[in-house]
Write a protein that binds this ligand. Sequence first.
Ligand code: ADE
Length: 262
Amino acid sequence: MKNRLSHFPLLLTMMISCAGCGNQAPKSYIGVFSAMDVEIELLLKEASIRETKTFGNAEAHVGTLKGKDVVISRSGIGKINASSGFTSVMEHYDLSQVIFTGVAGGTKDEESVLDQVVGTKVVEHDYGYQGNDGFVWYGGDPGRFEPGEYYECDSALVDLAYESSLKVLKDQKVFKGVIASGDQFIASSDYVAYLNKEFDAYACEMEGAAVAKVCQTYEKPFVIMRTLSDKADGMAHESYVDFMDEAAEQSNAIVLKMLESL
Ligand code: ADE
């Protein structure tokens, strides 16, 4: 009798810790992030969402998509919104990998609207020193007075994004290369020429480098991928308005294809 009773505390602990065993939250999630609602719209239509929570400026939808546990979140436009929104969501959910989806301006002559750009590296193009001789890029740390930093996307995710883009797209081209982020909507051929010369950029947008920096700090594998809504030139705004929905949907369709293989 004494022996059997001595097992009682252990049994009780096991029973308590197993209460709701069939109903446990997933250990980790694939995080899919964007700046704007339209850039996750198709994903949310396809997903089965069990909860939506707001963390500061970020709205996070938690559920399953293509059989995978996901957190789908948009945090607003620009690097500040992206880094604070992404960080708050990441603090609440263990993210195994991160995909940033959305639209961008194309910065290469050979690109067309609705082509796809998969970032191999991301850079903050507008961080630097503005002096009498003009702007000098320090990309992240002006105190060092050295050329700044590029954030490397995860090579396996880059390859998957690239292969998935080829499978989804019909007439559009797919490019791999540098994505340049800054807190400006670019609608200037001169600035596009600068982005090419300084960074060999394939696309410009307003959030990727912020999320990339946080991912690098917290050692989360990530990829930034964008469909071109415009060419960042004098017609960029008109093109953006006309093609944003289609471009956002295309980028989502590629994310759906990626999720099948993750
Ligand atoms: N997102 C889409 N087009 C853009 C552009 N031209 N500049 C910055 N972000 C963008």
